[in-house]
Design a protein. Sequence first.
Length: 291
Amino acid sequence: MPLRAGQRCHALLAALVTLTATALLAAAPPASAADTWTESGSDRANPLTESQGLTSVEVPAGAANRYTGIGTIPIGVSSRGWNHVGDPDASYDGHYIEPYQADSGTAKMFRVQAPDGTWSEYVHTLSSGEALNNSWAAISPDGQWMLSGEWGTMTRLLVFPTPGVNGSTSPSANLPQAATVTLDHAVRDVQGCDFLSATQLLCSSDDPAGTLFGYTKPLLQIDLSAAPTGSANVTGHVTALRQLPLRSSCSGEFEAEGIDYDRRTGTLRVIVVSPGFCVLTDSKTYRFTRS
C-alpha cells in the first residue's frame, strides 16, 4: 500500500499496534485471456499482520504461507525509516523477499531471508524519474529476475536481478535496475503481481477510478513477449479479467492489496481490505480457482 492510498489505513493500523502494545521449477500451464478466475472461498485478513501482502512458500516443505502488514515490520527496520512493507514473494528454492519503502528519500529496500534463515538487505537507489514507492516484488520462475512496480498510472514494470539469488547482487552494492517491461495498456495503483509462468503474471490493482478497464479494483493478467532476462527490455500485453470482491458491512473505499499464486494447488489468493472500521472485522484474503 504505497504512500498516497496507504496513509488512511497505515495510520489506523499504527494506532492499533500502539493500542495492542498498551493492552518443482516447472511453470504453470499458461492461461488465456478467456480463462475465468472463480471465487472459491475466503479467510479473514488480520489488519495488523495480513493487510499488505502474502506469498506461498515451497521450501522448506510444509512451510506456512507468509503475510506482511504493519505488525510484521521489525522495530530495527522501521527505526531506520523503512516503515512500509509491501507484497512479498518467495523463489522456488526458498529465498523470501519483502519490499520496503520510506516516507521520503532516494532509495527503496528489499529484505531477503535465505533458506538457512539469515537476513540481508539490498538497497536500490532510484533511477531518474522512478517513483519512491515499493509496493511489491515478483520473482521469475527461474529465480534470477525480480519484477517490481510503481504507484499511480504507469505503462511499465521494473526488472531487477533477484537480490540474494542472482550472483551479480550483493548487500554491499546498489541493486541496479536491469531492464523494463513496457506495457501496451496503462495500469493504475498495482499492489502486487505473481508469476503464473515464465511469461505470464497476475496482478492486483487498487485502481479507485475504474476508467482504464471499466471497473475499479481489477484483477489483471500480463502476458510478456519473452521471459525477463535483464539483458533486454520486453513488452507486456495487459488484460483485465474481473473485479476483485468488494463485500463488507461498511460502505466506503476498499483497498486491494497483495496477490499470490500457488502453483502446487493452482490457487490464487488476493487480499482486499475493508473500508473504515470494518478493516478490523471483515477484511478478507479471497481464494480463486481457474476454469
